[in-house]
Every structure is written in C-alpha cells, then in structure tokens.
Design a protein around this ligand. Structure first.
Ligand SMILES: Cc1cc2nc3c(=O)[nH]c(=O)nc-3n(C[C@H](O)[C@H](O)[C@H](O)COP(=O)(O)OP(=O)(O)OC[C@H]3O[C@@H](n4cnc5c(N)ncnc54)[C@H](O)[C@@H]3O)c2cc1C
Ligand SMILES: *[C@@H]1O[C@H](CO)[C@@H](O)[C@H](O)[C@H]1NC(C)=O
Ligand SMILES: *[C@@H]1O[C@H](CO)[C@@H](O)[C@H](O)[C@H]1NC(C)=O
Ligand SMILES: *[C@@H]1O[C@H](CO)[C@@H](O)[C@H](O)[C@H]1NC(C)=O
Ligand SMILES: *[C@@H]1O[C@H](CO)[C@@H](O)[C@H](O)[C@H]1NC(C)=O
Ligand SMILES: *[C@@H]1O[C@H](CO)[C@@H](O)[C@H](O)[C@H]1NC(C)=O
Ligand SMILES: *[C@@H]1O[C@H](CO)[C@@H](O)[C@H](O)[C@H]1NC(C)=O
Ligand SMILES: *[C@@H]1O[C@H](CO)[C@@H](O)[C@H](O)[C@H]1NC(C)=O
Ligand SMILES: *[C@@H]1O[C@H](CO)[C@@H](O)[C@H](O)[C@H]1NC(C)=O
Ligand SMILES: *[C@@H]1O[C@H](CO)[C@@H](O)[C@H](O)[C@H]1NC(C)=O
Length: 640
C-alpha cells in the first residue's frame, strides 16, 4: 500500500524565582466553585506582583488597559521585528526571562545540528533528526518545530549538505516554555506592550503554518498536560453529567486513554498526536464520534482563557458568553490563549470498524465498473449519516490507468456486526455482482479505544511535497438527481485528472443543539474531501506558485463550484488551502460577521494574528514571495 499523500493517519532547572510568583488560593480565583482550577492555573499574574517590579520592567509586562482600544498609532504599520530600533535589547530579554522564572528559550531550529552555521553540528544528531522528521512527536517535543516545513519557508530542513545555511525562517525568535498561567500572561503582555508578533504553538500540527511566525515571541503550551475527570458535573449551560477538564497541551491520544480508563467516550480527532484543546477544539474539530455528539466544539462546557489584555478569565454559558461562543469553532490563535477546556464525556459505546480495499487491477474490473461502485457509495452518504456512521477513505489513480479504493475505516458506533451488514449489504451486493475482490472483515469492539487503535495508526508529517486543500459538500447536493450528477462528475473528474482524493462521509449536523461558532457548512454536510497537488522537494517560487494555482483552479475550483457557500458548501479551516479565496465565508460560514465583531471587542490592539484567522485580513506576512503564503517574513498591516 502506498503511503497517503497527506499526513493522514495511515493504517497503516530549578525555577530560581519561583517564589516571586504568588500562588492564588484556589477558592478566590474560581468562577465555578465546583470546578477547581488546575494547579498551573492557580499561579496567576497579579497587580501585587507587578508592583514588586522596577517601573521600566513593569511597563513591559503590565496588563492592557482601555487605551488599547484607541486606533493604532501610525508607527505600528508592522509588528516590531528583530533588527528594528524598537526591538528589545538583550538586557530586556534577560529581564523578561527573569520574570518568567527562566522559561524563555532562544530558538534553535530542530534540524540545526545538520548545519555548521549554528555551532551545534553533529553528524549523529543530524542522522537522528533526519530519521525523526516524519514523526509528529519529534516536532511536538521541540519548542518551535512545525510539521509543515513549506510554511516555515524550508530554511532549515534536515540535510547532508552541512555547509549550506540554516536560518530561522518562519520560526519564532523566542519561545516561552509555559508551566504556569502567569507565564502566559507575562509573555502576552510583553508582546502587546512592545508590539512584537505573538504566536501560540501547541503541537505544531497546523496545515497552514498558524503556529509559526518570523520575529515572534511564541507561547508553547505543550507541557500543560493535566487531565481531570469529574463524573458528576453541573454546567451553567444546563448539562449535567461526566466531564473532563483537559490541559492545553494534552493530545488526542492522551484524552482517549483517560476516557477509556474512566469507561467513557470523548469526541476527538482521528490522529492520535493532534493536540486536543488547542487548534483542534477551537477550530470546531471533526471526529468519528460526530455520529452521536456533533463536532468536538459542541461538547465544550467551559474554557479557561488568557485574553489579549493579559487577564485570566472563564468563558462559559454564564461567564463571557460571547467569547464562549467564539472559542467553540471560531479558530485558534484569535480570541485568547486557552489554558484548559471542560468537555462532556459520554457513556462507553461499542463500535464496529471495517477496513478494506479493492482496485480495478486486482479485481479485473473496468474503470466504468469502478465508478459505478463509487457512485453507489456516494449516493448512500445522507442515509449513512442519518444512521450515525462515519468513514474515512481514499481513491488512488493507479499506475496502470485504473483506480484503487481504500476504506480506512468504515466506523459504526453503537452497531453490532449484524446491523453493520444490514446497512452495507446493498452496496456489498453490487461489489459482488461486479466481481470485486474485497473483504470488509468488520470487527466488533465493546468500546471506542480498542476500535480506534485498530483503525488509525501514527501519521507521517514533516514532508514538503504536498499542499492540500479541502471542501465540505452540503446535503442539498443529494436532494436532486441532477445536482448529485453534477457534483459526482466533478469529483470523478478530479480523480481522472490524476489527483489522489481523500474523503469522509460524516454528518456532524447539530446533534447536541448548540449555538456556537462552528461553521454552518459543518451543520449541513454529509461529506468532506481533501486533495492537493504534488510538488518536488526542491520546489522554489515558480513551482510553488504553479502548484498553488493547480490547487485553486483545477482541484478546489470545480469542488467549490458544485458546493458554493451560498448553498452551505465550505472548507474546513484547520485543514485548508492557505490561499483559499473568500476564506471568511468559506471557513466560517454565516458566523463570520459575528466572529469579527467579537474579535474586535476582545482584541482591539490585534495582539493575536494567524493566517486566515478571524480579523487577519488587515495583515500580511511579507515573505518576499514564495509562491505560497509562508510565515517567513515580517507581519505588517495591509496597505502600509
Ligand atoms: C495528521 C493530521 C490529522 C488531523 N486529523 C484531524 C481530525 O481528525 N479532525 C480534525 O478536526 N482535525 C484534524 N487535523 C487538523 C487539526 O485539527 C489542526 O491541525 C489543529 O490546528 C491542530 O491543533 P494543535 O493545537 O495540535 O496544533 P498547533 O499547530 O500547535 O496549533 C494550531 C492553531 O491553534 C492555535 N492554538 C494552539 N493552542 C492554542 C491555545 N491553547 N489557545 C489558542 N490557540 C491555540 C495555534 O496558534 C494555531 O493557530 C489533523 C491534522 C493533521 C496534521
Ligand atoms: C496616520 O496615517 C493616516 C493614514 O495613512 C493619515 O491619514 C494620518 O494623517 C496619519 N497620522 C499621523 C499622526 O501621522
Ligand atoms: C532564561 O533563563 C534560563 C535560566 O537561567 C536560562 O537557562 C535560559 O538560557 C535563559 N533564556 C535566554 C533566552 O536567555
Ligand atoms: C525521535 O523523537 C522522539 C520524540 O521526541 C524521541 O523520543 C526519540 O528519542 C527520537 N529518536 C531519535 C532517534 O532521535
Ligand atoms: C558544500 O560541500 C560540497 C562537498 O563537500 C561542495 O560540493 C559544495 O559546493 C559545497 N557548497 C557550498 C555552498 O559551499
Ligand atoms: C520546559 O519546561 C519543563 C518544566 O515545565 C521542563 O521539564 C522541560 O525540560 C522544558 N523544556 C525545554 C525544551 O526547555
Ligand atoms: C445559558 O445562557 C443563556 C443565554 O444567556 C440563558 O438563556 C440560559 O438560561 C443559560 N442556561 C442555563 C442553564 O442557565
Ligand atoms: C462502563 O460503562 C458501561 C456503559 O455505560 C456500563 O454498562 C458498565 O457497567 C461500565 N463498566 C464499569 C466497570 O463501570
Ligand atoms: C504511535 O507512536 C507512539 C510513539 O512512538 C506509540 O507509543 C503508539 O503506540 C503508536 N500508535 C499506534 C496506533 O501505532
Ligand atoms: C475535467 O477536467 C479537465 C481538466 O481539468 C477539464 O478540462 C474538464 O472541463 C473537466 N470536465 C468536467 C466535466 O468537469
């Protein structure tokens, strides 16, 4: 089996100044008396602490004020960048580091041991880094590394050419290795008060490079790993039942394990290394459990957040409800820095999972037969969604001008083997009639976790040869034969043009009946497709520009046409084409105007920026034209 073209899951020191930071008594800081803060959340920045600092240092790390809402001064056309006269002096960075208890790290690119210009050249380390560069956990453990080097600017890839130069590119300049909320507040205040770009990195999974940024101060949430289980929670939204409170650095794998250990189920993504409480949940988060519980964001009951003014607040139904609304689907790195989320936990549920594949070559069938089978498969999506199932599949053009279909897997929660066959037998009959060689081999598990484990493996990341995009297809396309045909022909044509198509049938709908910022496209969809052109590892500006054009015009163009925003088509902001035209409506659906209003209210000084995030249209990264949008450049206001 060839590897998936995208990083999908193949089945394939002492703290010297610690005592300076006061520990807030848990009771005084809690908005919900029944929901304790994590220990790391009890260490908060206070006005008392600020008053112990010298005035010049205090001015740099003090909280924001009402004057933040004044129109920005003309001097701030661009964020302050290394080399600028306003860039803080080494002494200031050292002072910042002191207030941070020594948690400030100066960026050393992960692959720098492969080069001589960083002074840390080591052939053995370089070999290990080279080997590890496709391993997501390697990038997660590094303070600044990112899994999509194209958006970093490819300035420090693992290489055997040690005499070439490794530069920072889109990596941030400094990073705060956060272990307390107070450090997030100090770093954020510092970035705002000095007008330096701020980025947030959790795992570095983002497809669009949103956890990168040249000349930035980065907040690294990776070590905020606490998880707690509360079996009897009463939320201010009206929900009563089990919840988890999950730290910002927890991965999907860690929360799945905790859920299993507590005999419950949570809504997470399909790749185990993806962060749970960062970009995933705030971006909406699609999940195999959407069949029962909608989007991951629909399951959020509260979040603890550091806002742009540096204050630490709770967002929930009764506390800052507008922020609560926006943080559930409105995207990461936009409204605040989440330190933990409270999510619903559901009863244990059995799952039937089925992984199989077939090809025109192995089965000796014609391409017409293959596409008849695909059409029958596609036609079932609304029913399959209504029957609470989900699938992840791939269609590969093969070398002998045929096609291969890979189901990996079909996912049926709450099903028995009998019910599984009952649902899919009509389609399987067609396969048998066409003499297709396949073996669905469905497996029954009495819980999510073991089913998850046989269905999805570890992903391959760190490659520079793909630029993907996606489209969300609305149910309305299935409502008339004519519309269906037009859509199906467009998708088949993508495949015929040699593009590998990854797909899902999934219908998150609004199963928990939530009012939040999850894109309206997700509420209407029954399927979601991923595709993208291949580029060479050495692709320069011209090749990248051409590939971006192919993605936009030849792959996503026809998909957009058959799934326009006006009919609730759209694109998933977390796995999208970084250059998606009209991304506001495409990524955020009908929610965009309200999201923008909330963004302006909570972040008047535009501390938070990420490409394609709400409110980012006023900014651009001047990266010298890479043919695609990288984070390797200065962040400036558009038109300045
Ligand atoms: C291999 C792979 C598989 C995937 N599978 C799925 C899937 O099944 N379902 C799905 O919905 N998505 C999936 N995704 C997409 C995933 O949801 C996004 O990449 C998401 O942004 C990852 O979030 P992160 O926090 O791990 O990554 P990061 O790259 O660290 O962060 C992503 C964005 O969130 C921001 N952010 C991170 N932490 C915080 C925080 N604490 N507060 C505020 N902002 C924050 C960052 O600044 C950045 O803008 C997958 C991605 C990959 C690469
Ligand atoms: C600031 O910039 C705006 C628009 O570029 C201009 O109209 C205005 O006069 C400038 N103000 C100052 C104080 O320079
Ligand atoms: C911050 O302080 C710690 C502890 O003294 C030190 O190890 C680290 O190198 C410092 N960071 C920077 C960027 O100087
Ligand atoms: C690869 O990365 C993982 C995760 O950081 C680490 O545990 C492992 O030691 C690394 N392997 C090598 C060979 O460096
Ligand atoms: C790097 O070294 C290789 C062989 O050692 C040589 O061929 C190449 O020209 C050198 N490149 C530069 C940029 O000096
Ligand atoms: C980050 O801080 C944690 C303590 O919270 C420490 O264990 C870890 O080694 C630090 N990581 C780096 C890369 O400095
Ligand atoms: C949640 O908030 C809404 C809007 O403020 C309010 O109408 C509703 O009563 C709240 N739910 C509960 C259970 O308090
Ligand atoms: C686990 O949850 C299931 C479903 O709610 C329940 O039937 C079972 O008794 C639970 N098992 C344990 C050990 O609590
Ligand atoms: C993924 O990799 C991790 C770390 O190497 C390993 O512990 C885990 O079991 C792997 N997961 C699967 C499903 O293979
Ligand atoms: C199929 O794709 C080709 C190549 O992009 C294009 O010329 C043709 O118009 C497309 N046909 C349909 C029916 O979409």
């Amino acid at each position: 089996m060839a590897p998936s073209p995208f990083p999908a899951c193949a089945l394939f020191k002492p703290l010297l100044l610690f005592s300076l930071l006061p520990t807030i008594a848990t009771s005084s800081a809690i908005k919900f008396s029944h929901l304790p803060l994590f220990e790391y959340e009890t260490h908060q920045l206070t006005d008392e602490f600020l008053s112990t600092l010298t005035p010049d240092i205090r001015a740099l790390v003090a909280f924001g004020s009402a004057s933040d809402s004044l129109p920005p001064k003309n001097t701030s056309a661009c964020k302050v960048f290394p080399g600028d006269t306003n860039w803080p002096s080494p002494a200031v960075w050292t002072a910042l580091n002191t207030t941070l208890n020594g948690a400030l790290i100066s960026t050393v690119p992960a692959a720098s041991p492969c080069y001589t210009n960083w002074g840390n050249y080591n052939a053995d380390t370089c070999a290990a880094v080279t080997k590890n560069f496709t391993n997501p956990y390697f990038h997660e453990d590094d303070p600044t590394s990112n899994m999509w080097p194209i958006y970093q600017g490819k300035t420090c890839l693992p290489t055997a050419a040690s005499n070439t130069t490794c530069s920072l590119g889109g990596y941030p300049t400094y990073v705060v290795n956060v272990s307390q909320v107070s450090q997030i507040q100090i770093a954020l205040n510092f970035a705002r008060n000095t007008d330096i770009r701020l980025v947030i990195k959790n795992t570095g999974h983002c497809y669009l490079g949103k956890s990168l940024g040249a000349g930035a101060l980065s907040i690294w949430t990776h070590n905020l790993k606490t998880i707690s289980f509360l079996p009897d929670y009463r939320s201010d939204s009206g929900y009563t039942g089990a919840v988890f409170k999950v730290g910002a650095g927890v991965t999907v794998r860690e929360i799945y394990k905790a859920a299993h250990d507590n005999n419950v189920t949570v809504t997470g993504g399909i790749c185990e290394s993806v962060g749970f409480a960062g970009g995933y949940v705030t971006g909406g988060g699609h999940t195999p459990m959407s069949t029962h519980y909608g989007m991951a964001a629909d399951n959020v009951e509260a979040l603890e957040v550091v806002t742009a003014d540096g204050r630490f607040i709770t967002a929930s139904n009764s506390s800052n409800p507008d922020l609560f609304w926006a943080l559930r689907g409105g995207g990461g790195s936009t409204f605040g820095i989440v330190t933990s989320v409270v999510v619903r936990a559901h009863p244990r549920i059995p799952v039937v999972t089925s992984t199989f594949q077939f090809s025109t070559t192995e089965s000796g069938i014609s391409n017409d037969d293959f596409w008849d089978i695909m059409k029958a498969w596609w036609k079932m999506f609304p029913v399959l969604g209504d029957k609470q199932t989900y699938s992840y599949f791939w269609i590969w053009p093969t070398e002998d001008a045929g096609f291969r279909f890979e189901m990996k897997p079909f996912w049926a929660p709450g099903y028995t083997l009998e019910k599984f066959y009952e649902l899919l037998d009509p389609w399987f009959s067609l396969l048998k009639e066409k003499k297709v060689k396949f073996d669905p081999n469905p497996l029954y598990f009495d819980a999510f976790y073991p089913a998850y484990h046989v269905s999805w493996g570890n992903e391959t990341v760190g490659r520079v040869t793909k630029i993907p995009g996606n489209r969300i297809f609305p149910r309305g396309n299935w409502e008339s034969e004519e519309k269906f045909e037009v859509m199906f022909n467009a998708i088949r044509n993508t495949s015929l043009n040699g593009v590998v198509v990854g797909g899902y049938h999934q219908a998150p709908m609004n199963r928990l009946n939530q009012d939040n910022a999850v894109s309206s496209a997700f509420r209407h969809t029954v399927s979601f497709l991923i595709g993208g052109p291949t580029v060479s590892a050495e692709a320069g500006r011209e090749e990248m520009r051409e590939a971006a054009k192919v993605l936009d015009r030849d792959i996503l163009g026809p998909w957009r046409k058959v799934a326009p925003e006006s009919e609730f088509g759209g694109s998933y902001l977390n796995e999208a084409n970084v250059a998606e035209p009209g991304w506001q409506e495409s990524f955020y659906g009908v929610q965009y105007p309200r999201l923008l209003e909330i963004k302006r209210k909570w972040d008047p000084k535009e501390v938070f920026y990420a490409t394609t995030a709400v409110g980012s249209e006023g900014w651009e990264v001047r990266d010298g034209d890479w043919g695609t949008k990288t984070q390797d450049g200065r962040l400036c206001r558009v038109g300045t």
